[in-house]
Design a binder for this molecule. Structure first.
Ligand code: C2E
Ligand code: MG
Ligand code: MG
Length: 641
């Protein structure tokens, strides 16, 4: 076997392995994948033609039709891989819609291929490219093929520069090494025509691409077979960067958590596969041509681009209709609550972050109507902007010291005067206005900023208590809220103790509020923190009592001075059973020597009812909303005369 054929055979083996691995890895999901398969087939075909021509050459088939056909086939398939590579890059980075607008560019992409094909087609008459009459010889215009190929290489370079933002370092290295490899082997072959190294070079180039760029396991969800979260993020980021208009159907199964709880993990994954199959079938049967993604927790996405955008509405209706029907799975009838939202991007979801934060939990924040919704009708733009930028808003506020603390007075029924206040954080962002504390605190807990925010609030409260105004008002203490993350932080006691020392105030002036959800945790750190702080002289209250999971055992174990009955009790004021429950709860808590604060009292009737029930303290809009420190001082000075 000649040297050239040995390399060709090696190339065929590499290509066969690549082809099998592509099929096994189910690489047919996207246009780019299919283009890649075409590239493999093209290189394989040209290798086969190459082998044939070498074998025929060796067997002195001079001038035969077979020899001509083998060489023609080889040259055509071989030189057409250059434009195919370019088309592969274009589909991989999904930029066709950008290029197709420009007629000159379109002509530039296709013209050299047409020139090559034409030259090859006419060669049997002209003999300008090659001839086989006296054995294979290159014709005077053979260089034309190289010139056209060089043109594509230059176009590739131009493409990389133009769309460099879309490339990761890995992409860039892969493409660069492919170009170097392809050009290198071409140059070697051009200089030494007998040395058939080009095919082998081509197959190794494809191997590099497949290893570094075409990694479907990174992008395909193994359970559903659909593309996964990372692919969605990559593709949508790219769409925003490219200014490509797409329509996204966001499908969140609202009751997925309960389906999962009912079926258990393994069965719910099996069920999910069926749902994914159903979505896939609907997309196919309705000719939706959408790209399908499964993110997680029962969240699917269908992305329509180009001409398929007009199908979105129809597919959404069909999905909604079909997925609402009860599905029988292992003998159980399961009814899903598929919450579908159609969104035009970038018109309704202006950027990637907005798309992701809206898509994460719209099914929890909006009432499920069973109708297909439009993103535009569902959100308050400012609210979504806040949600999207909350981390930046918090950092800015910390930097500019723009967090404020408001105070809400707390009234003692027995003493007929205000004896304390709850400190509540307030933030007015220069761009977004008022940010609700709930949103602020939960975002800060996620990002970890809660610890710094907690210190800011605590410092401001201590500063207030240490000041002259507070001393004049004759208040006993101020209640400060602690979030779950704070109470689980082993540094908390040191921070609190050092702050009261800094302002030289006695710990008895501070009451720390823990929410009922925090109390449900069993962590040792929390109990140690409570213990240390109680020993240091701080008292604790349990906030929002009755809303969450009241583990009575833990309530008994914790060193609590106060229990704050949640506002929801007050809201149930018309329910006679609530009063029976409350009376007994209040009696029980009093017997345990705990004091009771009722939160959210807004009317005189409620004030009287709760006072009558011997609740110790009342807090609510009836007396005052939370107000800035200065107003609070005036309010108490006036009311406690
Ligand atoms: P919370 O500790 O249960 O605070 C009581 C909430 O009820 C406050 O809401 C208060 O403005 C509101 N409220 C009081 N009286 C009435 C009333 O009569 N009617 C109605 N409708 N509402 C009333 P706010 O200030 O929005 O705070 C919400 C939650 O944010 C707080 O609930 C607390 O859990 C958290 N929070 C506020 N400030 C801080 C803070 O500095 N640190 C931490 N960790 N959490 C805080
Ligand atoms: Mg509170
Ligand atoms: Mg509360």
């Amino acid at each position: 076997m000649g040297k050239g054929i040995a390399l060709d055979v090696a190339a065929l083996i590499v290509l066969a392995v690549l082809l099998i691995s592509c099929i096994l890895r189910k690489m047919t999901a996207s246009k780019a994948n299919r283009m890649f398969l075409l590239l493999i087939l093209m290189v394989a075909l040209s290798t086969v033609c190459d082998i044939f021509s070498v074998v025929l050459d060796k067997n002195q088939a001079v001038g035969s039709r077979a020899l001509y056909a083998a060489h023609l086939g080889y040259l055509a398939t071989h030189f057409l891989t250059a434009p195919l590579y370019l088309l592969f890059f274009i589909s991989l980075f999904d930029t066709w819609h950008k290029l197709e607008k420009n007629t000159v560019i379109k002509i530039l992409i296709f013209a050299p291929s047409l020139v090559m094909l034409l030259a090859l087609a006419l060669n049997f008459r002209t003999g300008l490219i090659f001839s086989v009459d006296g054995g294979y010889t290159r014709g005077p215009w053979f260089g034309l093929l190289y010139v056209c190929t060089l043109f594509y290489v230059l176009f590739d370079v131009f493409y990389i520069v133009w769309f460099h933002k879309l490339f990761s370092v890995g992409d860039f290295l892969a493409i660069a090494s492919v170009l170097v490899f392809a050009i290198g082997s071409m140059v070697v072959q051009m200089l030494v025509p007998g040395n058939l190294v080009e095919m082998f070079g081509g197959s190794v180039s494809l191997l590099i691409l497949s290893a570094f760029m075409q990694r479907p396991e990174e992008y395909v969800d193994s359970f559903t077979g659909l593309m996964k979260h990372s692919a969605y993020a990559r593709d949508m980021k790219r769409n925003y960067l490219n200014g490509k208009h797409v329509i996204v159907i966001m499908l969140n199964i609202s009751n997925f958590a309960s389906v999962q709880a009912m079926l258990g993990f393994d069965f719910s994954m099996e069920f999910l596969k069926i749902v994914a199959g159903e979505i896939h079938d609907i997309n196919r049967k309705t000719h939706g041509h959408a790209d399908l993604y499964y993110l997680d927790n029962g969240r699917f996405r269908l992305v329509f681009s180009g001409g398929s955008r007009k199908n979105a509405e129809r597919v959404a209706e069909e999905l909604n209709h079909t997925l609402k029907q009860p599905m029988n799975f292992r003998g159980i009838d399961i009814t899903l609550a598929p919450f579908l939202v159609i969104s035009q991007c970038p018109e309704e979801m202006t950027d990637f972050k907005m798309l992701m934060s809206f898509g994460a939990d719209f099914h929890k924040k909006n009432y499920y109507t069973g109708r297909v919704m439009r993103a535009g009708e569902m959100y308050d733009r400012n609210q979504l902007d806040i949600q999207t930028n909350i981390d930046m808003i918090i950092e800015r506020a910390l930097e500019n010291d723009s967090f404020q603390v408001y105070y809400q007075p707390i009234y003692s029924v027995a003493r007929g005067r205000f004896i304390s206040a709850e400190a509540l954080i307030r933030l007015f962002d220069p761009q977004h206005g008022y940010i609700s504390p709930e949103e602020l605190i939960s975002a800060a807990e996620r990002s970890g900023a809660i610890h710094r925010i907690g210190e800011v609030v605590f410092d401001k409260v201590c500063q207030f208590i240490a000041g002259e105004d507070f001393a004049r008002l004759g208040l006993d203490y101020v209640e400060v809220n602690l979030s779950v993350a704070q109470i689980m932080d082993s540094d908390l006691p040191d921070i609190i103790i050092s702050t009261v020392n800094k302002y030289q105030i006695p710990p008895s002036r501070i009451n720390l509020e823990i929410t009922e959800t925090a109390a449900a945790y069993t962590q040792m750190v929390m109990m140690e923190n409570l213990d240390k702080l109680t020993k240091a002289g701080f008292s604790f209250s349990l906030d929002d009592y009755g809303t969450g999971y009241s583990n009575m055992k833990r309530v008994i174990q914790m060193p609590l001075k106060l229990i704050k009955l949640d506002k929801s009790f007050v809201d149930e004021g018309n329910n006679p059973k609530m009063w029976i429950f409350l009376e007994n709860t209040v009696r029980m808590l009093r017997d345990m020597k705990m004091e009771i604060v009722v939160e959210g009292v807004e009317t005189r009737e409620m004030l009287e009812a709760f006072s009558h029930m011997k609740c110790d303290f009342i807090q609510g809009y009836y007396f005052s909303e939370p107000i800035p420190q200065k107003n609070f001082v005036e309010f108490i000075a006036g009311a406690n005369k």
